[in-house]
Design a protein around this ligand. Structure first.
Ligand code: GLC
Ligand code: CA
Length: 543
């Protein structure tokens, strides 16, 4: 189908945490050939684009988010030829690949940083951020890093300190330096030339710091995330992002092939989020909505307001919704009450996928994978030479494919254990069961792709006469309407939908519901089960 809109609007992007997706050679680590062998599974789910977490050479202080060579593949993940094969095989299935691009920092083992450390006179010295400490000792400012601890590390040879928003092994690049900008633009070109459809941009908010380097008045706030006032969302960011968009444009060949930036734009407010698209829409096409993604509470009024506000403010942009990723809780665990987790997972999926905009699905979300319990995480090996136990590993356990050893992830010992209770929760079982969560995701993705209202329809704000029920409409240019009703309550209810367009008929056809319901005879009395979902097509629109 050719459409008038770029492919990345109103679509689903599936995030593969490569290390944990599919191991092909028995070393317990997921890899590119493993991912290639699972493309059919993803295509069957309806996935059209995949964001792959970093697979570049890295000392793995932060599992690939500390890159020591931007233009190669780490041996544990495969080779450049494996990447090329993956691109080919994805294309054959109509799927696109997004590369994770770590802009803010390199590894401390990157040759650029080693050269920078070799002498204060080295031409690459200023590719990083150096400062002298005060005469009485200690770091240049009291800033904390996102991961805790000081944001400065002392470099003994020169006596200067280098700045790192994240780990000491992740020195920040100095984006004021034209050499850095040119080198990173070339990295982008390298992957675009090799078939990437765009990038997920890591930590884009952190590229610049306050040039006055003021002391932080509240350095001990816990956690240091969300944003500190001085180290992020600086106005200089916009120029870098516009430059990157221009690099992408060198490779665009029409809407069907437009290259895209998906941004980890850590914004605390919708106004900041709007700014991340760029005033002219010429920066990040898809900045992730973290206001949505960080509210892990069963809270219908909050999401009702947030969704309506987001859609109003971003009416001419593409909102990006998600809950789970490799830094977050898994939503099955975070929203679950221990009893109705599957029903609630259907609800959070419908809310996220059926909104106007693009949705992210984190691997395993579609079968309701759970977080690794704390005790099991504590007993798990650290993994390589990582400097610290990482609580985020709870959401990075091996993908559960089938009933085989290690759930079909690996013939060897997985780098991180599966939760002991993974039991029969795996893709093979759920594919065979038409009532499974996997089939629910598949149906939602199909609606988002094929239904005229749910694919590109505008947001139509509605309200329900019950505070536990969240409701919104989607309306295509020709007036086709879809209603999404979500009962966040533990009680069954009958709900009246208010605010329908004039002429909307009294009855409705059911496009999808959980649990199944009969076609409602009245839109002012739609029955919903506890945590029930109904996606309806009213009859009689424009009558
Ligand atoms: C982003 C990544 C996270 C990483 C950090 C530093 O937040 O998602 O995994 O640790 O950036 O690169
Ligand atoms: Ca492997």
């Amino acid at each position: 189908m050719t459409s008038a809109a770029p492919w990345w609007q109103d679509t689903v992007i599936y995030q593969v945490y490569l290390r944990s997706f599919q191991d092909s050679n028995g070393d317990g680590i997921g890899d590119l050939p493993g991912l290639a062998s699972r493309l059919d599974d993803l295509r069957d789910l309806g996935v059209q684009a995949i964001w792959i977490t970093p697979f570049f050479p890295s000392p793995n202080a932060d599992f690939g988010y500390d890159v020591s060579d931007y233009c190669d593949v780490a041996p544990e993940y495969g080779t450049l030829a494996d990447w090329d094969a993956l691109v080919r095989q994805a294309r054959q299935r109509g799927m696109r690949l997004l590369v994770d691009f770590v802009l803010n920092h390199t590894s401390d083992q990157h040759p650029w940083f080693r050269e920078a450390c070799s002498s204060p006179q080295h031409p690459r010295r200023d590719w990083y951020v150096w400062r002298d400490g005060p005469p009485d000792g200690g770091p240049p400012t009291n800033w904390r890093s996102v991961f805790g601890g000081p944001a400065w590390t002392h470099e003994p040879r020169s006596g200067q300190w280098y700045y790192h928003a994240f780990l000491p092994q992740q020195p920040d690049l100095n984006w004021h330096h034209p050499g850095v900008r040119a080198a990173m633009a070339d990295v982008a070109r390298f992957w675009l030339r090799r078939g990437a459809s765009g990038f997920r941009l890591d930590a884009t908010a952190f590229l610049f710091e306050d040039p006055a380097w003021p002391d932080d008045p509240d350095p001990d706030r816990q956690p240091p995330w969300p944003l500190q006032p001085f180290n992020s969302n600086r106005p200089e960011n916009h120029g870098v992002l516009r430059e990157l968009r221009a690099v992408l444009a060198e490779f665009n060949a029409g809407f069907d092939d437009e290259r895209v930036l998906l941004g980890e734009s850590c914004t605390d407010t919708l106004a900041e989020l709007r700014a991340a698209y760029g005033e002219q829409g010429d920066e990040i096409q898809l900045p992730m909505n973290f206001v949505y993604a960080r509210h892990w509470q069963r809270d219908a009024p909050f999401f009702q307001r947030l969704i309506d506000d987001t859609q109003a403010l971003l009416h001419d942009r593409t909102p990006v919704s998600f809950f789970s990723n490799h830094d977050h809780w898994r939503q099955w665990s975070a929203f679950g009450d221990g009893v109705h987790n599957d029903a609630i997972a259907r609800l959070t999926a419908a809310m996220t996928l059926l909104q106007r905009g693009t949705a992210l699905v984190y691997y395993g979300e579609e079968i309701g994978m759970a977080d690794l319990p704390e005790a099991e995480l504590a007993a798990a090996p650290l993994g390589l030479s990582r400097p610290r136990a990482d609580p985020r590993d709870r959401a990075r356990t091996p993908m559960q494919w089938d009933a085989g050893p290690h759930a079909g992830f690996s013939l060897g010992t997985p780098w991180l254990p599966l939760p002991r209770t993974w039991g029969d929760r795996h893709v093979a079982a759920q594919r065979a069961d038409p009532h499974s969560l996997w089939h629910w995701y598949r149906a939602l993705i199909a609606l988002k792709r094929d239904d005229p209202a749910l694919h590109a329809g505008a947001h139509w704000p509605l309200h329900a006469d019950q505070s536990s029920v969240l409701v919104f409409g989607r309306r295509s240019a020709d007036g086709t309407l879809a209603l999404v009703l979500l009962n966040w309550g533990e009680q069954a209810c009958e709900v009246a939908v208010r605010g329908l367009p004039a002429g909307t008929g009294p009855t409705a056809e059911v496009l999808l519901a959980s649990p199944p319901i009969a076609a409602p005879q009245r839109l002012d009395r739609v029955p919903l089960a506890p945590y029930g979902v109904a996606v309806l097509r009213p009859q009689g629109v424009n009558a």
